[in-house]
Design a protein around this ligand. Structure first.
Ligand code: GAF
Length: 382
């Protein structure tokens, strides 16, 4: 958690609203493996990180609500009884969406003021959206005594994303951000929405992110398209979700699906199996196998699921050339954002410098490197 972020929102809140706020920190996440499996009822392997969103929140007696995004220097005022989605891409949709979903559950939220500030780089694929949603729902639950469980809160955050932001996301990001545990990754079954915690201590190795600093347009619609493709194939197979399919099941309907969609469904089935194997590899301290699974995941994401981009592929190729990197892949929804690298601690800095130089030569722009700590989920800061 960043103390500075929390202090900044607190100071601004007291200056602006002349009262002490409740302080929340809500983290972003990484994902070791299991990409685009969550909305197929499959397995994922995320962890909350030390980067996130700090929120200061308190009841308002002014007759309306105010939300301030400090990073963006943007303020909005709104009435709770007139909520509707704002322009596509507006940050306030995360706030409006959460409030609207709470109201849909017949819970009463009163007027409130909220100020945010975050340090998750936008478009990095580290779930700044889920962090923001969770900070709002967590703060409102506390402030208005709504009696929502964490499980209910993450479903509210997810629905806000579907109905107000327009991304039909799975549950991974909201879950990891809410339930994160220090030094731990969560092997999450997205069907039961229950996870098994794995203490992550890779001894001489660590996880390092490299951000391409690109976010290609159309990523949201491409995401929704892929989800729809998976759902229509499940329907054809007569199953609830692709988690229930085998490669043989898919083979049996090969004539009924386009080659592109066939590959996408095959990717999901294989990625789900890899995510289960990855948990086993971590249990056995078998980092070589974990690394291979991570490389295979990228291969599938790039060539079968088609959610990578030149910049991500290039960074994974850089990793493959370096014997100190056991595995690397794109992380998150795709079309930009970060690669996650399993790299020898002693060599991580050197590798990142070599990769950054090559990246600059190739694309004429900088990438950014993050060493991350696995951290606690959304919580109140005293
Ligand atoms: C995004 C979504 F929000 C998640 O639900 C998940 O599908 C991920 O992309 C891909 O694994 O972060």
């Amino acid at each position: 958690m960043s103390k500075t972020l929390v202090q900044d929102v607190k100071k601004k809140f007291i200056e602006t609203f002349k009262t002490d706020p409740l302080l929340i920190f809500s983290p972003g996440r990484i994902n070791i493996i299991g990409e685009h499996t969550d909305y197929n009822d499959g397995f994922v392997f995320p962890a909350a990180v030390d980067k996130g969103i700090a929120a200061a929140i308190q009841k308002s007696d002014s007759g309306s609500c105010t939300a301030i995004a400090l990073d963006l220097d943007s303020t909005i005022e709104f009435d709770l009884d007139k909520l509707k989605p704002s322009k596509e891409g507006s940050w306030e949709n995360y706030v409006f969406g959460v409030v609207a979903e709470i109201q849909n559950r017949n819970k009463i939220v009163g007027d409130f003021n909220i100020i945010f500030k975050g340090n998750i780089p936008g478009g990095a694929g580290m779930s700044s959206s889920a962090a923001l949603e969770n900070s709002v729902v967590f703060g409102l639950n506390e402030l208005f005594d709504l009696g929502l469980s964490k499980q209910e809160m993450i479903l509210i955050s997810q629905k806000a994303e579907h109905n107000y932001v327009g991304v039909n996301c799975g549950i991974m990001d909201q879950y990891a951000s809410m339930f994160g545990v220090k030094h731990t990754a969560l092997h999450l079954d997205c069907r039961t929405v229950e996870s098994k915690p794995y203490t992550i201590d890779f001894k001489d190795y660590e996880l390092m992110l490299i951000n391409t600093n690109v976010k290609h347009s159309l990523s949201d619609s491409a995401y929704n398209d892929r989800r729809s493709a998976c759902e229509s194939i499940s329907e054809l197979l007569g199953i609830k979700a692709l988690r229930d399919a085998t490669e043989a099941d898919l083979e049996a309907i090969i004539d009924k699906v386009t080659p592109a969609n066939y590959q996408k469904a095959l990717y999901v089935i294989q990625e789900n199996a890899r995510t289960i194997k990855a948990a086993q590899a971590i249990e056995n301290n078998d980092l070589e196998t974990l690394g291979q699974l991570i490389y295979q995941s990228h291969n599938g994401l790039s060539n079968q699921y088609k959610v990578s981009c030149d910049e991500l592929d290039f960074l994974v190729e850089q990793a493959k050339k370096n014997k100190h990197v056991l595995g690397a892949r794109m992380m998150g929804g795709g079309f930009g954002g970060c690669t996650i690298n399993l790299v020898a601690k002693k060599e991580a800095k050197t590798f990142s410098e070599i990769a950054a130089k090559a990246y600059k030569n190739k694309f004429g722009k900088e990438c950014s490197v993050y060493f991350i700590e696995l951290s606690q989920g959304t919580h109140i800061v005293k």
